[in-house]
Ligand binder design. Structure first.
Ligand code: MD3
Ligand code: FE
Length: 213
C-alpha cells in the first residue's frame, strides 16, 4: 500500500523465523479503520465470550468476514453466523482486505486471502493467556495482526507454554505477520497497564486476519 516506505527495511523487523513486524504499517489509515469497526459493531456488538472451562474472557470480541470465531461452553469454533443474532457476520470491508494482503506481501506471502477477521477489544487489565491458534484448516497461510489504541506487551512462548515467553511491545498502527514455523507458536497478551490513547481512550483493539477455510 505504501511500497516506497518499504524499499528500505527500516520498518520491517524480523521477530523470528516466519514472523515480521511492520511498525506503523496501518497508521495512515486508522480513521477509516475505526469508522469500519463502528459499522461492524452496530450489527455485531463486542461481547465477552465464555471459555469451554466456564470463564468469561476479559477481552471483548466480534468478527467480520465469511467466518467468525466464537467460544462458549461447548468449545471454540468458526461459523458463518453470529450466535447472538443468528445472522451472517458483517462482510469484511475492502480496506481491511487490502491492508491485510499488502502486509502479508511485505512479509513474503503473496496470495493471502483471509476469510475471517477477529476483532479483539481490551480494557485496562484485560489479558489473553498463552495459547495456540489451531482452529483454522490451513496452517500454511499466515495470520496478520493489527494493533490499535493503547500499547500491549505481546508474549511469545514459541513451541512451549511452560518456558518464560519473549516480550514484544505492540503499539498503535503496528502490524505483525505470523507465518511459517511461527504460525503455531504459543502466544498471548500480558494484562494491559493503565494508559490512554487519543483515538481509543482506555482500549486496545486488535484485528487478526485469518484464512479459516
Ligand atoms: C502468533 N490475539 O486473537 S495478535 C488471537 O493481540 C490473539 O489480540 C492477540 O492471539 C491480540 O488469537 C495477539 C498476534 C498473533 C495472533 C495470532 C497468532 C500472534 C500469533 C498466531 C500464531 C502465532
Ligand atoms: Fe492467538
Amino acid at each position: 500500500m505504501t511500497p516506497d516506505l518499504f524499499d528500505s527495511d527500516l520498518t520491517r523487523q524480523p521477530i523470528c523465523d516466519g514472523a515480521v513486524l511492520l511498525r506503523g504499517f496501518v497508521t495512515p489509515h486508522t480513521t477509516e479503520i475505526f469508522d469500519a469497526i463502528a459499522t461492524i459493531e452496530n450489527v455485531a456488538p463486542f461481547r465477552h465470550m465464555i471459555t469451554p472451562g466456564g470463564f468469561r474472557m476479559s477481552v471483548a470480541m466480534t468478527n467480520c468476514g465469511t467466518y467468525g470465531w466464537s467460544s462458549d461452553r461447548r468449545g471454540y469454533r468458526y461459523a458463518s453466523t453470529d450466535p447472538l443474532s443468528e445472522k451472517n457476520w458483517p462482510a469484511m470491508p475492502a480496506l481491511f482486505l487490502e491492508l491485510a494482503q499488502s502486509a502479508a506481501e511485505q512479509a513474503g506471502f503473496v496470495d493471502f486471502k483471509p476469510d475471517s477477521c477477529l476483532i479483539n477489544r481490551y480494557e485496562i487489565g484485560s489479558r489473553l493467556s498463552l495459547h495456540q491458534d489451531k482452529n483454522e484448516r490451513d496452517f500454511s497461510a499466515p495470520i496478520v495482526s493489527v494493533s490499535l489504541g493503547i500499547s500491549a506487551l505481546f508474549l511469545f512462548g514459541r513451541e512451549q507454554r511452560n518456558i518464560r515467553p519473549l516480550r514484544l511491545p505492540l503499539s498503535h498502527g503496528d502490524v505483525v505477520v505470523w507465518g511459517g514455523p511461527a504460525r503455531l507458536y504459543y502466544h498471548g497478551i500480558a494484562p494491559l497497564k493503565i494508559d490512554t490513547h487519543p483515538l481509543t481512550g482506555t482500549h486496545r483493539i486488535n484485528l487478526t486476519f485469518r484464512k479459516v477455510d
